[in-house]
Design a protein around this ligand. Sequence first.
Ligand code: SF4
Ligand code: SF4
Ligand code: SF4
Length: 246
Amino acid sequence: MKPRVAFFDFASCEGCQLAVINLENELLDLVSHIDIVNFREAMTEASDDYDIAFIEGSVTREADIPRLKKIRENAKLVVPIGACACTGGVNFRKNFYELGEIRNYVYGESAKYFDTFATRPVKAVIPVDFEIPGCPINPKEFLSVVKSLLIGRKPEIPNHPVCVECKLAGNVCMYDKGEVCLGAVTRAGCGAWCPSNGSGCEGCRGLVDEPNKNSEKEVLTKAGLTVEDAVQKFRIFAGYFEEVKK
Ligand code: SF4
Ligand code: SF4
Ligand code: SF4
């Protein structure tokens, strides 16, 4: 019997689910190996009987907690996908401000109707089995994770920095252009998307397990930049790392 797979979304732009739907050439192959039983963005049928749950989005409301717990109870494997689900993503930025102030800024007079609390990633609420980082996820990496899960092998997500992929792509370093780039401490797997397209890495895939902080500091200092410059940039997608280090 094919494994039954479900997709769920919490606070997000739904771009990671879209990245899966956009796998046009591979989608037919994919559904010949799995049964997709729940995927609001792509189908109307919905079932609570599934083996693997892919979760997109961050947790931002009290009501999200019982919903997530229910998913954990139902699924054999829970896999958060994308920066929002893995590190809180862009939504985590609100945690650096006073919650009431942010709520009023966004919702104005209607603020009282919108329940919200400090953003957290999925793993801060329920145990997860694996994570696929990125904003959005790399569709090819998603496919390779699915293949690994189907054959019962632990999926492999790179644990080396984006700089490795960037060097392999033959890019001129962004620091030589006077810009900040977090590639030296950010987990690879995107093929150095941003530096290859003229922008510094903003850390959407989160930190490598053991970031070389001293080297990063040295590079920043040499470029006339500060650690604070880098931290500010990291807060765009991965502010959660600051919290877990507290
Ligand atoms: S990680 Fe990025 S693309 Fe994915 S849901 Fe969040 S904001 Fe959207
Ligand atoms: S710091 Fe950025 S631009 Fe420079 S090599 Fe690393 S990833 Fe590439
Ligand atoms: S280069 Fe950095 S910000 Fe850009 S996609 Fe890769 S990890 Fe994300």
